[in-house]
Design a protein around this ligand. Structure first.
Ligand SMILES: [Zn+2]
Length: 562
Protein backbone atom coordinates (compact mmCIF):
# COMPACT_ATOMS: atom_id res chain seq x y z
CA UNK A 1 0.00 0.00 0.00
CA UNK A 2 1.42 3.34 -0.97
CA UNK A 3 1.83 6.19 1.47
CA UNK A 4 -0.83 8.11 -0.40
CA UNK A 5 -3.51 5.48 -0.09
CA UNK A 6 -2.66 5.08 3.61
CA UNK A 7 -3.25 8.75 4.22
CA UNK A 8 -6.57 8.46 2.38
CA UNK A 9 -7.95 5.75 4.62
CA UNK A 10 -11.49 6.87 5.31
CA UNK A 11 -11.96 8.78 8.55
CA UNK A 12 -14.75 6.54 9.72
CA UNK A 13 -12.42 3.54 9.38
CA UNK A 14 -9.56 5.23 11.19
CA UNK A 15 -11.90 6.39 13.95
CA UNK A 16 -13.97 3.24 14.29
CA UNK A 17 -14.52 2.40 17.95
CA UNK A 18 -12.25 -0.48 19.01
CA UNK A 19 -13.47 -0.98 22.57
CA UNK A 20 -16.74 -0.52 24.45
CA UNK A 21 -15.32 2.66 26.02
CA UNK A 22 -14.85 4.22 22.61
CA UNK A 23 -18.47 3.75 21.56
CA UNK A 24 -20.27 7.10 21.48
CA UNK A 25 -23.78 7.00 22.92
CA UNK A 26 -25.63 3.63 23.05
CA UNK A 27 -25.11 3.46 26.83
CA UNK A 28 -27.85 0.90 27.47
CA UNK A 29 -26.63 -1.48 24.76
CA UNK A 30 -23.02 -1.21 25.92
CA UNK A 31 -23.93 -1.76 29.59
CA UNK A 32 -25.89 -4.92 28.75
CA UNK A 33 -23.09 -6.27 26.57
CA UNK A 34 -20.41 -5.58 29.19
CA UNK A 35 -22.49 -7.42 31.75
CA UNK A 36 -23.06 -10.37 29.42
CA UNK A 37 -19.32 -10.63 28.68
CA UNK A 38 -18.37 -10.30 32.36
CA UNK A 39 -20.78 -13.06 33.42
CA UNK A 40 -20.02 -15.29 30.44
CA UNK A 41 -23.59 -15.08 29.21
CA UNK A 42 -23.24 -13.70 25.72
CA UNK A 43 -26.03 -15.13 23.59
CA UNK A 44 -24.92 -17.37 20.75
CA UNK A 45 -26.97 -15.36 18.26
CA UNK A 46 -27.21 -11.58 18.49
CA UNK A 47 -28.94 -8.98 16.34
CA UNK A 48 -27.86 -5.34 16.21
CA UNK A 49 -30.49 -3.21 14.60
CA UNK A 50 -30.72 0.53 13.95
CA UNK A 51 -30.25 3.24 11.33
CA UNK A 52 -27.31 3.07 8.98
CA UNK A 53 -23.97 4.37 10.15
CA UNK A 54 -24.69 4.18 13.87
CA UNK A 55 -22.05 1.59 14.79
CA UNK A 56 -23.78 -1.79 14.55
CA UNK A 57 -20.87 -3.68 12.99
CA UNK A 58 -18.38 -1.85 15.22
CA UNK A 59 -20.28 -3.19 18.23
CA UNK A 60 -20.29 -6.69 16.74
CA UNK A 61 -16.52 -6.61 16.27
CA UNK A 62 -15.96 -5.37 19.81
CA UNK A 63 -18.09 -8.24 21.12
CA UNK A 64 -15.99 -10.60 18.98
CA UNK A 65 -12.87 -9.19 20.61
CA UNK A 66 -14.36 -9.40 24.10
CA UNK A 67 -15.21 -13.08 23.51
CA UNK A 68 -11.61 -13.80 22.50
CA UNK A 69 -9.48 -11.26 24.40
CA UNK A 70 -6.68 -12.64 26.55
CA UNK A 71 -6.58 -9.63 28.91
CA UNK A 72 -10.18 -8.66 29.38
CA UNK A 73 -10.42 -5.45 31.43
CA UNK A 74 -12.32 -5.14 34.74
CA UNK A 75 -15.34 -3.66 32.90
CA UNK A 76 -15.27 -6.42 30.29
CA UNK A 77 -13.60 -4.16 27.75
CA UNK A 78 -11.30 -5.98 25.31
CA UNK A 79 -7.67 -4.88 25.65
CA UNK A 80 -7.22 -4.20 21.92
CA UNK A 81 -3.52 -5.25 22.34
CA UNK A 82 -3.40 -9.03 22.69
CA UNK A 83 -3.01 -11.36 19.69
CA UNK A 84 -6.71 -12.06 19.15
CA UNK A 85 -7.72 -8.39 19.60
CA UNK A 86 -5.11 -7.19 17.11
CA UNK A 87 -5.93 -9.93 14.60
CA UNK A 88 -9.60 -8.95 14.75
CA UNK A 89 -8.84 -5.24 14.49
CA UNK A 90 -6.61 -5.82 11.47
CA UNK A 91 -9.17 -8.07 9.82
CA UNK A 92 -6.89 -11.12 9.63
CA UNK A 93 -8.44 -13.41 12.24
CA UNK A 94 -9.43 -16.58 10.40
CA UNK A 95 -12.16 -17.38 12.87
CA UNK A 96 -13.89 -14.03 12.49
CA UNK A 97 -15.94 -14.32 9.32
CA UNK A 98 -17.66 -11.17 8.12
CA UNK A 99 -20.28 -11.62 5.44
CA UNK A 100 -22.00 -8.81 3.58
CA UNK A 101 -25.40 -10.37 3.04
CA UNK A 102 -26.16 -7.79 0.36
CA UNK A 103 -23.67 -9.54 -1.88
CA UNK A 104 -23.56 -13.07 -0.41
CA UNK A 105 -27.22 -13.70 -0.03
CA UNK A 106 -27.52 -16.91 -1.95
CA UNK A 107 -28.20 -20.35 -0.63
CA UNK A 108 -24.80 -21.60 -1.77
CA UNK A 109 -22.95 -19.14 0.44
CA UNK A 110 -24.96 -20.24 3.44
CA UNK A 111 -24.32 -23.92 2.59
CA UNK A 112 -20.62 -23.19 2.48
CA UNK A 113 -20.86 -21.33 5.78
CA UNK A 114 -22.66 -24.29 7.33
CA UNK A 115 -20.09 -26.78 6.11
CA UNK A 116 -17.27 -24.83 7.73
CA UNK A 117 -19.27 -24.14 10.87
CA UNK A 118 -18.42 -27.40 12.62
CA UNK A 119 -14.66 -27.17 12.31
CA UNK A 120 -13.08 -26.09 15.57
CA UNK A 121 -11.61 -22.58 15.67
CA UNK A 122 -7.98 -22.23 14.65
CA UNK A 123 -6.67 -18.83 15.74
CA UNK A 124 -9.40 -17.62 18.12
CA UNK A 125 -11.11 -19.18 21.12
CA UNK A 126 -14.52 -18.69 19.54
CA UNK A 127 -15.58 -18.62 15.91
CA UNK A 128 -17.60 -15.52 15.21
CA UNK A 129 -19.79 -14.92 12.18
CA UNK A 130 -20.89 -11.34 11.51
CA UNK A 131 -23.59 -11.04 8.86
CA UNK A 132 -24.10 -7.43 7.81
CA UNK A 133 -27.22 -6.20 5.96
CA UNK A 134 -28.74 -9.45 7.15
CA UNK A 135 -32.28 -8.54 6.08
CA UNK A 136 -31.10 -9.22 2.53
CA UNK A 137 -30.55 -12.92 3.20
CA UNK A 138 -32.96 -14.91 1.04
CA UNK A 139 -35.69 -17.07 2.49
CA UNK A 140 -34.03 -20.28 1.31
CA UNK A 141 -30.77 -19.19 2.84
CA UNK A 142 -32.51 -18.38 6.13
CA UNK A 143 -34.07 -21.83 6.12
CA UNK A 144 -30.63 -23.33 5.67
CA UNK A 145 -29.32 -21.21 8.54
CA UNK A 146 -32.18 -21.94 10.90
CA UNK A 147 -30.86 -25.30 12.04
CA UNK A 148 -27.43 -23.86 12.72
CA UNK A 149 -29.02 -21.14 14.81
CA UNK A 150 -31.07 -23.66 16.76
CA UNK A 151 -28.15 -25.91 17.60
CA UNK A 152 -24.91 -24.10 16.91
CA UNK A 153 -21.60 -25.74 17.79
CA UNK A 154 -20.48 -24.83 21.30
CA UNK A 155 -17.71 -22.57 20.01
CA UNK A 156 -19.72 -20.46 17.52
CA UNK A 157 -21.32 -17.02 17.95
CA UNK A 158 -23.51 -15.44 15.27
CA UNK A 159 -24.02 -11.69 15.06
CA UNK A 160 -26.39 -10.05 12.61
CA UNK A 161 -26.55 -6.34 11.78
CA UNK A 162 -29.53 -4.88 9.99
CA UNK A 163 -31.36 -1.66 9.28
CA UNK A 164 -34.56 -3.58 8.51
CA UNK A 165 -35.21 -6.24 11.19
CA UNK A 166 -38.89 -6.30 10.15
CA UNK A 167 -37.76 -8.18 7.03
CA UNK A 168 -36.39 -11.11 9.10
CA UNK A 169 -38.47 -14.29 9.19
CA UNK A 170 -40.18 -14.46 12.60
CA UNK A 171 -38.68 -17.90 13.27
CA UNK A 172 -35.21 -16.36 13.01
CA UNK A 173 -36.04 -13.19 14.92
CA UNK A 174 -37.29 -15.19 17.90
CA UNK A 175 -33.91 -16.90 18.20
CA UNK A 176 -31.84 -13.72 18.34
CA UNK A 177 -30.98 -11.52 21.28
CA UNK A 178 -31.83 -8.11 19.92
CA UNK A 179 -30.03 -4.82 20.62
CA UNK A 180 -31.51 -1.59 19.27
CA UNK A 181 -28.80 0.87 18.35
CA UNK A 182 -30.20 4.38 18.28
CA UNK A 183 -29.51 7.48 16.24
CA UNK A 184 -26.88 9.70 17.82
CA UNK A 185 -27.70 13.17 19.10
CA UNK A 186 -26.19 16.30 17.58
CA UNK A 187 -24.00 16.91 20.70
CA UNK A 188 -22.73 13.29 20.56
CA UNK A 189 -21.76 13.69 16.91
CA UNK A 190 -20.32 17.16 17.46
CA UNK A 191 -18.18 15.84 20.33
CA UNK A 192 -16.60 13.14 18.20
CA UNK A 193 -16.04 15.43 15.22
CA UNK A 194 -14.25 17.86 17.51
CA UNK A 195 -12.01 15.07 18.86
CA UNK A 196 -11.15 14.05 15.29
CA UNK A 197 -10.31 17.64 14.32
CA UNK A 198 -8.17 18.13 17.41
CA UNK A 199 -6.23 14.93 16.69
CA UNK A 200 -5.66 16.04 13.09
CA UNK A 201 -4.54 19.49 14.24
CA UNK A 202 -7.38 21.07 12.28
CA UNK A 203 -9.78 23.76 13.28
CA UNK A 204 -13.41 24.38 12.37
CA UNK A 205 -16.02 27.03 12.73
CA UNK A 206 -18.55 25.73 15.34
CA UNK A 207 -21.34 26.60 12.89
CA UNK A 208 -19.70 24.32 10.30
CA UNK A 209 -19.55 21.43 12.77
CA UNK A 210 -23.14 22.09 13.81
CA UNK A 211 -24.25 21.95 10.16
CA UNK A 212 -22.45 18.66 9.58
CA UNK A 213 -23.83 17.09 12.76
CA UNK A 214 -27.35 18.24 11.91
CA UNK A 215 -27.19 17.05 8.32
CA UNK A 216 -25.94 13.61 9.31
CA UNK A 217 -29.37 12.96 10.88
CA UNK A 218 -28.03 10.81 13.69
CA UNK A 219 -25.54 8.73 11.70
CA UNK A 220 -21.95 9.06 12.87
CA UNK A 221 -20.58 7.48 9.70
CA UNK A 222 -22.30 10.08 7.51
CA UNK A 223 -20.97 12.86 9.71
CA UNK A 224 -17.45 11.43 9.51
CA UNK A 225 -17.72 11.05 5.74
CA UNK A 226 -18.81 14.65 5.31
CA UNK A 227 -15.98 15.80 7.57
CA UNK A 228 -13.57 13.64 5.57
CA UNK A 229 -14.58 15.38 2.35
CA UNK A 230 -14.25 18.77 4.02
CA UNK A 231 -10.78 18.01 5.38
CA UNK A 232 -9.65 16.88 1.94
CA UNK A 233 -11.18 19.81 0.07
CA UNK A 234 -10.06 22.68 2.25
CA UNK A 235 -6.87 23.84 3.86
CA UNK A 236 -6.86 25.61 7.20
CA UNK A 237 -9.97 26.29 9.19
CA UNK A 238 -13.19 24.64 8.01
CA UNK A 239 -15.80 27.34 7.53
CA UNK A 240 -19.55 26.92 7.38
CA UNK A 241 -19.36 28.12 3.77
CA UNK A 242 -17.38 25.02 2.81
CA UNK A 243 -20.09 22.77 4.27
CA UNK A 244 -22.74 24.68 2.35
CA UNK A 245 -20.65 24.39 -0.82
CA UNK A 246 -20.20 20.64 -0.43
CA UNK A 247 -23.88 19.97 0.21
CA UNK A 248 -25.25 22.69 -2.05
CA UNK A 249 -26.80 24.61 0.86
CA UNK A 250 -27.60 28.28 0.50
CA UNK A 251 -26.14 30.82 2.92
CA UNK A 252 -28.31 31.64 5.93
CA UNK A 253 -28.74 35.27 4.85
CA UNK A 254 -30.13 34.21 1.47
CA UNK A 255 -32.63 31.94 3.18
CA UNK A 256 -33.64 34.70 5.61
CA UNK A 257 -33.88 37.21 2.78
CA UNK A 258 -36.15 34.92 0.78
CA UNK A 259 -38.37 34.28 3.79
CA UNK A 260 -38.69 38.05 4.31
CA UNK A 261 -39.50 38.56 0.61
CA UNK A 262 -42.14 35.84 0.80
CA UNK A 263 -43.74 37.23 3.94
CA UNK A 264 -43.89 40.80 2.66
CA UNK A 265 -44.66 39.95 -0.97
CA UNK A 266 -41.49 41.68 -2.19
CA UNK A 267 -41.24 39.68 -5.41
CA UNK A 268 -38.44 41.77 -6.91
CA UNK A 269 -36.15 41.15 -3.93
CA UNK A 270 -37.01 37.45 -3.96
CA UNK A 271 -36.28 37.04 -7.66
CA UNK A 272 -32.95 38.83 -7.26
CA UNK A 273 -32.10 36.32 -4.52
CA UNK A 274 -32.98 33.40 -6.79
CA UNK A 275 -30.67 34.87 -9.45
CA UNK A 276 -27.82 35.04 -6.94
CA UNK A 277 -28.44 31.45 -5.88
CA UNK A 278 -28.33 30.12 -9.40
CA UNK A 279 -25.20 32.13 -10.17
CA UNK A 280 -23.55 30.31 -7.25
CA UNK A 281 -24.69 26.97 -8.57
CA UNK A 282 -27.01 26.29 -5.65
CA UNK A 283 -29.70 23.73 -6.11
CA UNK A 284 -33.21 25.13 -5.83
CA UNK A 285 -34.62 21.93 -4.37
CA UNK A 286 -32.19 22.08 -1.48
CA UNK A 287 -33.01 25.78 -1.15
CA UNK A 288 -36.74 25.01 -0.99
CA UNK A 289 -36.10 22.64 1.91
CA UNK A 290 -34.04 25.25 3.71
CA UNK A 291 -36.72 27.91 3.21
CA UNK A 292 -39.42 25.54 4.44
CA UNK A 293 -37.30 24.74 7.51
CA UNK A 294 -36.83 28.45 8.19
CA UNK A 295 -40.54 29.22 7.76
CA UNK A 296 -41.40 26.42 10.14
CA UNK A 297 -38.99 27.76 12.74
CA UNK A 298 -40.57 31.20 12.42
CA UNK A 299 -44.08 29.76 12.81
CA UNK A 300 -43.13 27.70 15.87
CA UNK A 301 -41.31 30.66 17.40
CA UNK A 302 -44.50 32.72 16.90
CA UNK A 303 -46.52 30.08 18.71
CA UNK A 304 -44.19 29.70 21.66
CA UNK A 305 -43.74 33.48 21.89
CA UNK A 306 -47.47 33.82 22.51
CA UNK A 307 -47.89 36.35 19.68
CA UNK A 308 -49.30 33.71 17.34
CA UNK A 309 -47.89 32.94 13.92
CA UNK A 310 -47.17 35.85 11.59
CA UNK A 311 -50.00 35.70 9.01
CA UNK A 312 -47.63 36.66 6.20
CA UNK A 313 -45.30 33.80 7.13
CA UNK A 314 -48.17 31.34 7.51
CA UNK A 315 -49.57 32.28 4.09
CA UNK A 316 -46.09 31.99 2.54
CA UNK A 317 -45.69 28.55 4.11
CA UNK A 318 -48.95 27.47 2.50
CA UNK A 319 -47.85 28.73 -0.90
CA UNK A 320 -44.56 26.84 -0.59
CA UNK A 321 -46.29 23.67 0.59
CA UNK A 322 -48.16 23.56 -2.73
CA UNK A 323 -44.93 23.54 -4.75
CA UNK A 324 -44.07 20.36 -6.62
CA UNK A 325 -40.27 20.30 -6.69
CA UNK A 326 -40.19 17.42 -9.15
CA UNK A 327 -41.91 19.34 -11.93
CA UNK A 328 -39.49 19.99 -14.77
CA UNK A 329 -39.40 22.28 -17.75
CA UNK A 330 -41.05 25.66 -18.17
CA UNK A 331 -43.26 25.30 -15.09
CA UNK A 332 -40.35 24.01 -13.05
CA UNK A 333 -39.20 24.84 -9.58
CA UNK A 334 -37.78 28.28 -10.41
CA UNK A 335 -41.13 29.51 -11.75
CA UNK A 336 -43.01 27.98 -8.84
CA UNK A 337 -40.74 29.75 -6.35
CA UNK A 338 -41.23 33.01 -8.21
CA UNK A 339 -45.01 32.61 -8.20
CA UNK A 340 -44.91 31.92 -4.47
CA UNK A 341 -43.37 35.37 -4.02
CA UNK A 342 -46.52 37.06 -5.30
CA UNK A 343 -49.20 37.41 -2.66
CA UNK A 344 -52.55 36.41 -4.08
CA UNK A 345 -54.59 39.41 -5.19
CA UNK A 346 -58.29 39.50 -4.23
CA UNK A 347 -59.60 38.84 -7.77
CA UNK A 348 -57.53 35.74 -8.18
CA UNK A 349 -57.96 34.66 -4.60
CA UNK A 350 -60.86 32.31 -5.18
CA UNK A 351 -59.23 30.28 -7.93
CA UNK A 352 -55.92 30.37 -6.14
CA UNK A 353 -57.46 28.98 -2.99
CA UNK A 354 -59.31 26.34 -4.94
CA UNK A 355 -56.11 25.14 -6.53
CA UNK A 356 -54.33 25.12 -3.21
CA UNK A 357 -57.03 23.01 -1.66
CA UNK A 358 -56.88 20.68 -4.63
CA UNK A 359 -53.14 20.39 -4.31
CA UNK A 360 -53.35 19.63 -0.63
CA UNK A 361 -55.91 16.99 0.27
CA UNK A 362 -55.00 17.34 3.95
CA UNK A 363 -57.66 19.13 5.95
CA UNK A 364 -56.04 22.52 6.14
CA UNK A 365 -57.89 25.79 6.26
CA UNK A 366 -56.88 28.14 3.44
CA UNK A 367 -55.26 31.30 4.74
CA UNK A 368 -57.02 34.62 4.43
CA UNK A 369 -55.67 36.13 1.25
CA UNK A 370 -54.53 39.34 2.91
CA UNK A 371 -54.14 39.95 6.58
CA UNK A 372 -52.22 43.05 7.57
CA UNK A 373 -49.06 42.10 9.44
CA UNK A 374 -49.45 42.29 13.18
CA UNK A 375 -53.22 42.02 13.20
CA UNK A 376 -54.21 39.26 15.60
CA UNK A 377 -55.64 36.23 13.91
CA UNK A 378 -58.31 34.02 15.32
CA UNK A 379 -56.85 30.84 16.71
CA UNK A 380 -55.33 28.87 13.88
CA UNK A 381 -54.28 25.43 15.07
CA UNK A 382 -53.61 24.34 11.52
CA UNK A 383 -51.14 27.14 10.85
CA UNK A 384 -47.85 25.27 11.30
CA UNK A 385 -49.01 22.10 9.60
CA UNK A 386 -47.98 22.75 5.99
CA UNK A 387 -44.31 22.87 6.74
CA UNK A 388 -44.14 20.23 9.42
CA UNK A 389 -45.09 17.82 6.70
CA UNK A 390 -41.99 18.55 4.74
CA UNK A 391 -39.34 19.02 7.36
CA UNK A 392 -38.93 18.30 11.02
CA UNK A 393 -35.59 19.69 12.00
CA UNK A 394 -36.75 20.56 15.48
CA UNK A 395 -37.06 16.86 16.24
CA UNK A 396 -33.78 15.73 14.84
CA UNK A 397 -32.19 15.18 18.23
CA UNK A 398 -34.68 12.54 19.23
CA UNK A 399 -36.38 10.97 16.26
CA UNK A 400 -38.63 8.17 17.45
CA UNK A 401 -38.75 6.25 14.19
CA UNK A 402 -35.83 4.27 12.78
CA UNK A 403 -36.32 5.77 9.35
CA UNK A 404 -33.45 6.07 6.95
CA UNK A 405 -31.86 9.48 7.34
CA UNK A 406 -32.08 11.94 4.45
CA UNK A 407 -29.15 14.16 5.36
CA UNK A 408 -29.63 16.87 2.77
CA UNK A 409 -33.22 17.54 3.63
CA UNK A 410 -33.57 16.45 7.22
CA UNK A 411 -36.95 15.10 6.31
CA UNK A 412 -38.23 11.93 7.88
CA UNK A 413 -39.10 13.13 11.35
CA UNK A 414 -42.27 12.26 13.20
CA UNK A 415 -44.46 14.60 11.18
CA UNK A 416 -43.17 13.40 7.89
CA UNK A 417 -46.40 13.18 5.99
CA UNK A 418 -48.44 14.02 2.95
CA UNK A 419 -46.18 16.51 1.18
CA UNK A 420 -43.02 14.48 1.53
CA UNK A 421 -44.82 11.28 0.67
CA UNK A 422 -46.25 12.92 -2.41
CA UNK A 423 -42.72 13.74 -3.48
CA UNK A 424 -41.59 10.21 -2.75
CA UNK A 425 -44.56 8.76 -4.65
CA UNK A 426 -43.87 10.83 -7.73
CA UNK A 427 -40.26 9.72 -7.56
CA UNK A 428 -40.51 6.04 -6.78
CA UNK A 429 -36.90 5.21 -7.54
CA UNK A 430 -35.46 7.70 -5.07
CA UNK A 431 -35.81 5.42 -2.09
CA UNK A 432 -32.86 5.28 0.22
CA UNK A 433 -33.16 1.73 1.38
CA UNK A 434 -30.26 -0.64 1.54
CA UNK A 435 -28.70 -1.24 -1.77
CA UNK A 436 -28.29 -4.30 -3.86
CA UNK A 437 -25.66 -4.15 -6.56
CA UNK A 438 -27.64 -3.85 -9.73
CA UNK A 439 -26.33 -4.81 -13.13
CA UNK A 440 -29.30 -5.14 -15.47
CA UNK A 441 -28.78 -7.26 -18.54
CA UNK A 442 -30.75 -4.85 -20.72
CA UNK A 443 -28.95 -1.81 -22.03
CA UNK A 444 -25.52 -3.33 -21.53
CA UNK A 445 -24.26 -1.73 -24.75
CA UNK A 446 -25.36 1.67 -23.57
CA UNK A 447 -23.89 0.99 -20.15
CA UNK A 448 -20.54 0.29 -21.85
CA UNK A 449 -20.87 3.56 -23.77
CA UNK A 450 -21.58 5.41 -20.54
CA UNK A 451 -18.68 3.77 -18.76
CA UNK A 452 -16.29 4.67 -21.54
CA UNK A 453 -17.62 8.19 -21.86
CA UNK A 454 -17.85 8.77 -18.12
CA UNK A 455 -14.82 11.05 -17.81
CA UNK A 456 -16.25 13.40 -20.45
CA UNK A 457 -19.70 13.33 -18.84
CA UNK A 458 -18.10 14.16 -15.49
CA UNK A 459 -16.31 17.08 -17.14
CA UNK A 460 -19.54 18.38 -18.70
CA UNK A 461 -21.46 18.15 -15.47
CA UNK A 462 -18.80 19.87 -13.40
CA UNK A 463 -18.48 22.57 -16.06
CA UNK A 464 -22.14 23.30 -15.66
CA UNK A 465 -22.08 23.20 -11.88
CA UNK A 466 -18.87 23.03 -9.91
CA UNK A 467 -20.63 22.29 -6.65
CA UNK A 468 -21.70 18.91 -8.03
CA UNK A 469 -18.12 17.76 -8.49
CA UNK A 470 -17.82 15.68 -5.29
CA UNK A 471 -21.07 13.93 -6.13
CA UNK A 472 -20.34 13.04 -9.66
CA UNK A 473 -16.79 12.02 -8.94
CA UNK A 474 -17.81 9.58 -6.24
CA UNK A 475 -20.39 7.76 -8.33
CA UNK A 476 -20.34 5.71 -11.48
CA UNK A 477 -22.90 4.37 -13.94
CA UNK A 478 -23.87 0.81 -13.04
CA UNK A 479 -26.95 0.12 -15.11
CA UNK A 480 -29.12 1.24 -18.01
CA UNK A 481 -32.63 -0.15 -18.02
CA UNK A 482 -34.91 1.38 -20.64
CA UNK A 483 -34.93 5.09 -19.94
CA UNK A 484 -33.44 4.78 -16.48
CA UNK A 485 -29.73 5.14 -15.82
CA UNK A 486 -28.63 3.84 -12.43
CA UNK A 487 -25.76 5.60 -10.69
CA UNK A 488 -24.03 3.82 -7.82
CA UNK A 489 -22.55 5.67 -4.86
CA UNK A 490 -20.17 4.15 -2.31
CA UNK A 491 -22.18 2.69 0.55
CA UNK A 492 -20.11 4.39 3.20
CA UNK A 493 -20.93 7.75 1.62
CA UNK A 494 -24.68 7.38 1.46
CA UNK A 495 -25.06 11.09 2.09
CA UNK A 496 -23.68 11.78 -1.40
CA UNK A 497 -26.46 9.65 -2.88
CA UNK A 498 -29.02 11.64 -0.93
CA UNK A 499 -27.59 14.91 -2.22
CA UNK A 500 -27.46 13.53 -5.77
CA UNK A 501 -31.13 12.63 -5.53
CA UNK A 502 -31.82 16.33 -5.15
CA UNK A 503 -29.78 17.20 -8.21
CA UNK A 504 -31.19 14.77 -10.68
CA UNK A 505 -32.31 17.31 -13.29
CA UNK A 506 -28.71 18.32 -13.98
CA UNK A 507 -27.46 14.72 -14.04
CA UNK A 508 -30.35 13.65 -16.27
CA UNK A 509 -29.78 16.46 -18.71
CA UNK A 510 -26.02 15.84 -19.09
CA UNK A 511 -26.30 12.05 -19.31
CA UNK A 512 -29.25 12.42 -21.71
CA UNK A 513 -27.20 14.75 -23.92
CA UNK A 514 -24.45 12.17 -24.06
CA UNK A 515 -26.75 9.29 -24.93
CA UNK A 516 -28.77 11.41 -27.33
CA UNK A 517 -32.13 10.73 -25.68
CA UNK A 518 -34.09 11.63 -22.59
CA UNK A 519 -33.26 9.55 -19.54
CA UNK A 520 -34.17 9.43 -15.89
CA UNK A 521 -31.50 8.90 -13.26
CA UNK A 522 -31.77 6.58 -10.28
CA UNK A 523 -29.23 6.89 -7.50
CA UNK A 524 -28.43 3.99 -5.19
CA UNK A 525 -25.85 3.39 -2.51
CA UNK A 526 -24.02 0.18 -3.19
CA UNK A 527 -20.76 -1.63 -2.75
CA UNK A 528 -18.80 -0.31 -5.72
CA UNK A 529 -16.01 -2.79 -5.05
CA UNK A 530 -18.25 -5.56 -6.28
CA UNK A 531 -18.70 -3.98 -9.69
CA UNK A 532 -16.28 -4.31 -12.57
CA UNK A 533 -13.85 -1.38 -12.56
CA UNK A 534 -14.27 1.46 -15.04
CA UNK A 535 -12.13 0.91 -18.15
CA UNK A 536 -9.68 3.51 -16.92
CA UNK A 537 -9.43 2.04 -13.42
CA UNK A 538 -6.63 -0.13 -12.19
CA UNK A 539 -7.81 -0.37 -8.60
CA UNK A 540 -11.13 -0.62 -6.90
CA UNK A 541 -10.22 2.36 -4.76
CA UNK A 542 -9.68 4.47 -7.81
CA UNK A 543 -12.95 6.37 -7.64
CA UNK A 544 -12.45 7.71 -4.16
CA UNK A 545 -8.79 8.42 -4.73
CA UNK A 546 -9.85 10.40 -7.76
CA UNK A 547 -12.28 12.42 -5.67
CA UNK A 548 -9.46 13.31 -3.32
CA UNK A 549 -7.19 14.21 -6.20
CA UNK A 550 -9.77 16.60 -7.59
CA UNK A 551 -10.33 18.13 -4.20
CA UNK A 552 -6.62 18.74 -4.00
CA UNK A 553 -6.83 20.67 -7.29
CA UNK A 554 -9.66 22.67 -5.86
CA UNK A 555 -7.30 24.09 -3.31
CA UNK A 556 -5.42 25.75 -6.13
CA UNK A 557 -8.18 27.06 -8.31
CA UNK A 558 -11.17 27.75 -6.13
CA UNK A 559 -11.29 31.04 -4.22
CA UNK A 560 -11.82 30.83 -0.48
CA UNK A 561 -15.48 30.52 0.29
CA UNK A 562 -16.94 33.07 2.63
ZN1 LIG B 1 -7.34 -8.41 23.94
Amino acid sequence: MTLESTTHQALYRRWRAQTFSEIVGQEAVVATLRNAVATGRVAHAILFTGPRGTGKTSLARIVAKALNCENLGPTADPCDRCGPCVAIREGRALDLVEIDAASNRGINDVRELRERLNYAPTDLRRKVYILDEAHQITRDAWNALLKSLEEPPEFVTFMFASTHPQDFPPAILSRLQRFDVRRLTVPEITGKLERILAADGRDADPEAIGLVAGLAAGGMRDAESILDQLLASTTGRIEAGAVRDLLGLAEADLVDGFVAALATGDAAAGIALLDRLEERGRDLRVFLDQVVDALRERLLAGLSGGAGPDPGVAAAARRLAAIDPTRLGAGGLRLQLELALFQPVPIAAATDQASRVAARPVGSTPAPARVPAGEPRPSAPSAPRPTTERAASAHEAEPPEPREPRPATRAGGPDHGAAADAVAASDPVATSGPATPVMPADGSDELERLRHGWPSIVATITDRNRAVKPLITACRPIGVDGNVVTLGFPEEQGFLKDVADRRKPLLESCIGDYLGREVGVRCIATNLDLLPPLPADQEAEHILAEAHRIFAEDRLDVPEVS
